[in-house]
Every structure is written in C-alpha cells, then in structure tokens.
Ligand binder design. Structure first.
Ligand code: ATP
Length: 452
C-alpha cells in the first residue's frame, strides 16, 4: 500500500555557500522516478527575526507518495545528499532533517504557526521525536530540526505564491551573476503576474542575488505559468545547471498575525501592536528614523532603517498623538538602543489635526504680543498695552500624509512582506493538481538531469 512521506530540511547553508533550496532541488531530481510528488517542493520562510538565520530563514518541505521500500530509498538519498552538500565546516550551520509518515497533526501545524513569529527551542522540536511517525536527524547542535519540522507542518493551506529558482554552475560560485539586464525588464513587463523583479523607483534588478550561494535567479509570481514565462524571457549569460519551482509563503505576510500590548513585546518576535505616537520622529546617525509609540501599558521605539528609503520620509511626517497599528520585528535591547520595533508595515488609523500656534497682535500698535506670564494674558513690549482676554491664534496646517497602509519599497522587502501589488490578492486553493504537479516536475527534472 502506498504511503505519504513529508521530508523537511533546514540550516544546511552558510554565507560562504550552499542554499537549502539548491539541496532540495538536487534531492527532488534524484528521487524522481521512485515516487510521485503530492506538491511542488515548499519553500517556507520562518520568523525573519531569528538571530541564527543565514539570510532569509527559509526551510523546505518535499511531500511524496510511494511504496514503503521506495520511500525508504528516498530517505537514504535525502540523508546522503544533505551530508554531501551541507556546509558542516561553518559552526553556524546546524542541519536538521525531519521525516514524517502520514498525516500532519494539529500539534505540528501549531508548532509551524508559532515558528513564523516566535522563537522556539530545540527541546520543543525534540518533543516530536516521541511520535513514532516522525524521525528527526540532527547535525551540529541540531537547531535545523526546528525549521525542518516547521516546514513540514506548514501545508500552505492559505495564501501562497511561487518562486522559480535557477542555479549556477559551481565554477561561477562567488562571481557576479552574468545576465542581460534588458531581458529582466522585458520579462517583467511581459508577465504582470510576477512581482519584485525590479525596483523601478531605485532602478535595481532584484531577481539575481549577490552572495556566494548557487542561486542564479529567483522569479516570484502568482502562478506557475507566469514564473515560467518570465524565466523563458530571461537571458542568462552563464550556464544554468538546475531549476525548480517552489510553492511558498513568501510575500503573504503570513508571519504577521500576533497582536500584543507594548509591555508584552519580546525580542526577536514578529508582532503587531497599536498605540499613539508619543515622541516625534527624528533621524539618528546612519539616516535611520526613530519615533516612539505608546499604549496604556508602555512605550517603545519604532525604527525605519536607512534601507527602507522613502518609507522614512512618510514616517517622518508623523506627529505626537497620531494613532497607528505597526507590524514588524522586535529588535533586542543593546548598549546603543532600547527594545525597538523594526517597522515592516504601518497602518495610520487616525491623524491629529495640526495647528500652527501664534501670539495675537496688539490692537494699538499692531506689534506681535508676548505672553505676560502663565494665565496672565498678553503684553505688548512696544507700547506696553496689556490684554487679559486675547487668545493664541491657531491656523490649521494641512497634513502631508493620509490614513492608510504603508510599507517600505520593494528593494527593502523581506521575503515574507506582502507587496503593494499583492494587496487584496489571495491564492488560497488554487494550487496545481497532483497530475499537473508531476508533469511540471518531470520537465524540470529532465532539464536538471541533462544539464547537471
Ligand atoms: P537560507 O535562507 O539561505 O536558507 P536561512 O536564513 O534559512 O538560510 P538557516 O541557516 O536555515 O538560515 O538558519 C536558521 C536557523 O533557525 C535554523 O536552524 C532553524 O531551524 C532555526 N529557526 C527557524 N525558525 C525558528 C524559530 N521560529 N525559532 C527558533 N529557531 C528557528
């Protein structure tokens, strides 16, 4: 009888090289033929504020169905390939593999959900070891099992997107990606259902990373058809040895759903909180913008860092008394700063009226009056007239921002950030059928086998 196996992998890469998606693509390419795939490989982004992450805190899940002996073969291939490709020499790389036979329990789903916003311990992940259907393999300090399990438990049952990833020849690792940039502009214009290919405002191509990892390009989009169409239009100027399409929680804001009062916020969490601006925005060295927010429980600093560019100019218009809902990551206290929310999204709920306040004029000589002291009215310092009943003149100044939601530009987006173009979009329930999934994977695998 056929059985279902979920494979989760995490923490296999370092800044010096490798990438967990590359490992997953290699595994998918090697196990094809033994089994059938239940889904495209899943790229699951977890809490982006985790201090141990290499880059974007991504983990992967591969979901397959097959005969027991073939599944066993797939497990062995997974272990062998991970042991071959993971960067064990880096002490920060602590790979974890999770195998789960059968259904995903509610408990595991809850664990995955928590991994999106909170900090979990290795011990919390190890509790799942007691379940006979789950096998956990740890390397180094074993931290990778947190992400490996969290990836398996996230079935992407709500909104999701796709990413087409292509990989470079190892001889080019560490060099600048060679691509005809015009082809990126062409591909972007021709595929309206892809996004974040280019930041037009800052004239920056976003699909090619800069690190030493094997990824050549990543095209993000709403449908498989569209990310593939964009890929076809790209003109890489170096050999591509593998490609894969992942189904992913990227660009869905899936990490931002936990609401807390200000005094409940803890370091490294992804949170939403509300309050009123209690200290007006100011620039600090490095051109980071900081303001304070308070509610009935406490006060906290909020930061729009330099890379968020024009988002800072918008935040700089806030005034004490404005009412906001802010979402972001909680940065721990350090010598130079208190606990701070690293802003990812700001919803302006209410703007106070802004008045310019000026002293009235003297009725006798027309000069601007000065205060005669607290509750003592005004005095003219030119002709000595005194006015007990005159009031300060208030003129309304129009606010330069409006109520609404604001996020940083694409160039500063985190992997999970839902971009403006996706607002209102929800792909729940639109994934490929098993037949379509396997047909697509067969094509990609054929390419990988022919070029690798
Ligand atoms: P890349 O994006 O290049 O794949 P990365 O940024 O995903 O790299 P990892 O090398 O995977 O970084 O390291 C993240 C580590 O944090 C992993 O060991 C993972 O298990 C762990 N981790 C992920 N989410 C959580 C969480 N919510 N709580 C605690 N640990 C976590």
């Amino acid at each position: 009888m056929k059985k279902v196996l979920h494979i989760g992998i995490d923490d296999t890469d370092s800044l010096k090289g490798s990438c967990t998606t590359h490992l997953a693509t290699t595994i998918v390419t090697e196990i094809a033929g033994y089994v059938s795939f239940l889904d495209l490989p899943n790229l699951i982004r977890l809490n982006p504020n985790i201090p141990y992450k290499t880059r974007g805190n991504g983990a992967v899940a591969i979901r397959i169905i097959g005969e027991q002996k073939d599944l066993q073969e797939c497990k062995e291939i997974t272990i062998k390939t991970t042991e071959k490709l993971a960067r064990f020499e880096d002490e920060n790389t602590n790979p974890g593999i999770a195998f789960l036979m059968g259904e995903i329990s509610g408990k595991l789903k809850a664990f995955s959900k928590q991994a999106l916003w909170d900090v979990l311990s290795i011990a919390q992940a190890e509790m799942f070891q007691e379940n006979a259907k789950i096998d956990l393999l740890k390397y180094g300090n074993g931290r990778g099992i947190i992400g490996a399990l969290a990836a398996i438990g996230n079935l992407l049952e709500e909104d999701f997107t796709y990413e087409h990833l292509s990989y470079r020849h190892p001889k080019n690792y560490g060099t600048k990606r060679a691509i005809d940039e015009q082809s990126v502009y062409k591909a972007d214009k021709a595929t309206p259902l892809t996004f974040n290919n280019i930041d037009y405002e800052y004239n920056s191509v976003l699909i090619t990373p800069r690190g030493a990892d094997p990824v050549f390009s990543g095209i993000r989009g709403e449908t498989v058809k569209e990310v593939l169409a964009a890929w076809e239009l790209l003109e890489p100027l170096e050999p591509i040895v593998m490609q894969m399409v992942f189904r992913t929680n990227q660009h869905t804001n899936q990490h931002l759903f936990k609401r807390f009062k200000i005094n409940q916020l803890k370091a490294h969490q992804a949170i939403i909180t509300s309050g009123v601006v209690s200290r007006k925005p100011r620039y600090i060295p490095g051109r980071h913008l900081i303001f304070s927010l308070k509610d009935e429980t406490g006060e906290i600093d909020c930061a729009a860092y330099e890379p968020t560019k024009r988002f800072r100019n918008i935040m700089n218009q806030l005034l004490v008394g404005d009412e906001l809902e802010v979402s972001g990551g909680v940065r721990p206290t350090a010598d130079k700063h208190p606990l701070t929310i690293n802003l990812e999204r700001v919803r302006i709920i209410k703007l106070i009226e802004d008045f310019k306040k000026e002293n009235p004029f003297c009725d006798q000589c027309g000069a601007r009056l000065k205060s005669a002291g607290k509750n003592k009215g005004f005095k003219c310092f030119k002709c000595s007239a005194v006015y007990r009943n005159k009031k300060v003149i208030q003129t309304e100044r129009p606010r330069k921002i409006t109520i609404g939601e604001y996020i940083p530009p694409a160039i500063a987006h985190r992997h999970l950030t839902k971009p403006q173009v996706r607002m209102g979009r929800d792909n729940t329930g639109t994934q490929l059928s098993e037949r379509e999934t396997n047909a697509l994977l067969a094509k990609l695998i054929e390419f990988n086998r022919a070029n690798n």
